[in-house]
Design a protein around this ligand. Structure first.
Ligand SMILES: [Zn+2]
Ligand SMILES: [Zn+2]
Length: 258
């Protein structure tokens, strides 16, 4: 069952990636500074390394925990009397809220920032940036995720559904797609748009240490962390250090030096 659901997740991931990649070629917002094929290749290399490494915590921690709570009916959702759809919605909202705080902690805690800053070293944003994460961040977040699965009592199917939505949203808000002002305004009332997340990737600390939402924008609104950046700010993305952007070894070593 897990195997089939994971395959469905992977198919959705690839399909959505290709659609956005083509779409952002025709309707791009920011001009392409570096070669797209080069960016894609570099980020794919990171993704391949991450996919191999992340299998370890997935097989040994995440999947056993999902099976454990299904068998023993642990967690919040297993102990409240509501329908399956309500449980699914509540579970997804709780995970998204928890990941809002996780992302926020990745910016405020200096050790976590060492790993998360690898994602922010990118000086441009496109759908391939959604692949750019240090495996250390992914391992730590899968441990956090396991604790959440246990507390919330996530059913396996809802968890996989959440992962599909999260990866689709992750690809969408990193893409270089130009939306009209009116469309952007309507969508960002509910979910994170490319412009919304570009605010988070600016070099300006005020908007970078803000706009933490992953799927639903309501969390930034509730916790007062929605900070609009200017169009000019969004033209200069990344961090002060612009030399490490495309060095594979440099990116892997990045959290462990200084
Ligand atoms: Zn961030
Ligand atoms: Zn990002």
């Amino acid at each position: 069952m897990i195997e089939i659901l994971s395959n469905i997740k992977f198919i959705f991931f690839v399909m959505f990636f290709i659609i956005l990649f083509i779409y952002e070629s025709y309707y791009s917002d920011r001009p392409w500074i570096s070669k797209r094929s080069f960016r894609l290749l570099f980020h794919m290399k990171m993704a391949i390394i991450n996919t191999i490494i992340i299998r370890i915590p997935t097989i040994f921690i995440v999947i056993p925990t999902l099976m454990l709570i299904t068998e023993n009916q642990y967690g919040i959702l297993n102990n409240i009397n509501i329908g399956f759809v309500s449980k699914a919605i509540l579970g997804i909202l709780l995970l998204d809220l928890a990941f809002y705080w996780w992302h926020r902690l990745n910016h405020t805690n200096s050790i976590l920032w060492r790993f998360h800053s690898v994602h922010h070293l990118d000086t441009h944003l496109d759908v391939s940036t959604s692949l750019r994460f240090h495996f250390g961040e992914l391992i730590l977040s899968s441990i956090y995720k396991t604790i959440l699965i246990l507390l919330i009592g996530m059913p396996i199917s809802v968890f996989i559904f959440y992962e599909i939505i999260l990866s689709a949203c992750n690809q969408f808000h990193h893409s270089n797609i130009k939306l009209s002002d009116s469309t952007n305004k309507v969508i960002k009332k509910f979910i994170v748009t490319p412009e919304y997340h570009a605010n988070h990737h600016t070099q300006i600390k005020l908007s970078r240490d803000a706009n933490y939402s992953s799927i639903f924008t309501i969390w930034d609104t509730i916790f007062f962390t929605y900070k609009e950046a200017t169009k000019k700010d969004r033209e200069y993305l990344g961090l002060d250090d612009r030399t490490k952007e495309f060095g594979l070894i440099q990116n892997i070593k990045h959290p462990f030096i200084n």
